[in-house]
Design a protein around this ligand. Structure first.
Ligand code: GLN
Length: 463
């Protein structure tokens, strides 16, 4: 879609102002109902669009202009945990209801430099804690495919804004599935890059050893193009890698004949919704038709992934949320929602003397075993194919009051975060009731390019 918009802007078939206004109109007509946005910035977006039109008019070499700034004029939005200079950033929590950052997150400024135009800030579970978007203090985001259902979480607004065409793409974070899960619920594409591939500077931290920054798009090609812009070393984030950033678009359509795709036996259990299992199997068939070799693999320690995640994550959450003390910034701590309080209590307990060894340390040991399982698997296969969510998008209100049910939704996504691996979530069809279903392709560290190649071919073969 982005390359097509670029072509239209270059050929003067549309102006950037028209493009931005069309998207702002979709927001005006739909967002009252969907609730994807917490803050909208239409005036600054229109000003930026006018500026882009000027640049296009004045340019002597449009190819060069778009080559240097491939996202020129593209309407986007940021999850509301990305710091945006002079624009309210709430983390969807009442604690930060009136917080206005004094600087942009690295990804925000990189996307600005590439020419993208932000239309505002998107709803999510408060501090990204959740899988349905219902932990937001600003109300749930509805699923554009069925408004009685959630659009997933925690990046709920990210997915809904893209699926309903309010923006061309949107940013988000994935600590335990928060990009892949909402993408699978809304027929969109999500990339969760390798840990350390994209800078987290300026993003409100959830669990620092797991957080990664990605985006949701409507196509694999768009996803690859955007990652080429956001990835890379950042001197402000010591966890970013110095590995060179690839051109993820290059050879994206190369033949995948002979690629080895692993199917994890533990991931296709009876606990997965039968329509999701069925669609996953059809996806496997498509890959086979494309010439890929399907190989059965086992990740024996996956069964402990969720338990380990829900010890490590709250521990890191309790530490990260300590800075919201109502003194330096933020409102008083009584403004924390139930889920944040639950995680602060669980985390503080897991880290306390006497319990640390048996809980936190043990969870970290399990994490090492999970990483080893994956490493072993990647000595045999190029990528792993798995469902994203074990359940279809729940009705609004269905799981929010039951934390355990909520946590179980993450069972297929958290192993990837524990191991710091990249994963691409792509649509693979609809249930009989018309709800979107997604699969994920998981790769070895820093092999995003491989995932894009597989995803691109699948997207074409599966329409
Ligand atoms: N649902 C998971 C959790 O609540 C993942 C959240 C995330 O990825 N931000 O912890």
């Amino acid at each position: 879609m982005i390359l097509e918009i670029q072509r239209k802007l270059k050929n003067r078939e549309i102006t950037c102002e028209e493009l931005i206004k069309t998207h702002l109109d979709v927001i005006s007509s739909q967002d009252l109902d969907i609730n994807a946005f917490i803050t909208k910035t239409p005036e600054t977006a229109i000003d930026a669009a006018k500026h882009v039109d000027e640049e296009i008019r004045a340019s002597k070499d449009l190819d060069e202009l778009f080559k240097n700034r491939p996202l020129l004029g593209i309407p986007l939005a940021h999850k509301d945990i990305f710091s945006t200079k002079d624009i309210k950033t709430t983390a969807a929590s009442k604690i930060l209801e009136d917080y206005i950052p004094v600087y942009d997150a690295t990804v925000v400024s990189k996307l600005k430099k590439s020419g993208g135009i932000s239309l505002g800030k998107l709803n999510c579970d408060a501090f990204a804690h959740g899988a349905t978007g219902e932990n937001s203090d600003f109300g749930p985001t509805k699923n554009p495919y069925d408004k009685s259902r959630v659009s997933g979480g925690s990046s709920s607004g990210t997915a809904a804004s893209v699926a309903s065409k309010m923006v061309v793409f949107a940013t988000g974070t994935d600590t335990g599935g928060s990009l892949r899960n909402p993408a699978s619920f809304t027929n969109t594409v999500a990339i969760k890059p390798t840990y350390g591939r994209v800078s987290r500077y300026g993003i409100i931290a959830m669990a620092s050893s797991l957080d990664s920054v990605g985006h949701i798009t409507t196509s694999v090609e768009d996803s690859a193009l955007i990652l080429s812009q956001t990835a890379g070393f950042d001197k402000y984030d010591a966890t970013t890698s110095k590995n060179p950033v690839e051109n993820y678009l290059e050879n994206i359509g190369a033949d995948i004949n002979g690629k080895k795709i692993g199917i994890v036996k533990e991931y296709l259990s009876d606990e997965i919704d039968s329509e999701i299992s069925e669609k996953t199997k059809s996806a496997i068939n498509i890959f086979e038709k494309l010439g890929a070799e399907i190989i059965d693999i086992s990740l024996p320690n996956s069964e402990y992934a969720l338990a380990s995640y829900y010890v490590i994550t709250p521990s890191e959450v309790s530490s990260n949320l300590a800075r919201f003390d109502g003194i330096r910034f933020g409102n008083t701590r009584d403004k924390f929602g139930d889920e944040a309080k639950r995680r602060i209590m669980l985390g503080t307990y897991a880290l306390s003397a006497g319990f640390y060894d048996g809980l936190y340390l043990k969870a970290q040991k399990v994490r090492t075993l999970i990483i080893q399982d994956f490493k072993k698997a990647f000595s045999k296969v190029d990528a792993i194919l798995a469902p994203v969510s074990p359940v279809m998008p729940p009705k609004i209100g269905e799981v929010v009051s039951d934390p355990m049910k909520n946590y179980l939704m993450d069972i297929l996504t958290v192993p990837v975060n524990l191991a710091g691996l990249p994963a691409l979530s792509i649509p693979c069809g609809f249930s009989k009731g018309g709800l979107p279903i997604g699969i994920q392709l998981i790769g070895d560290h820093f092999l995003e390019k491989n995932l894009y190649n597989l995803g691109y071919n699948f997207e074409r073969a599966s329409e």
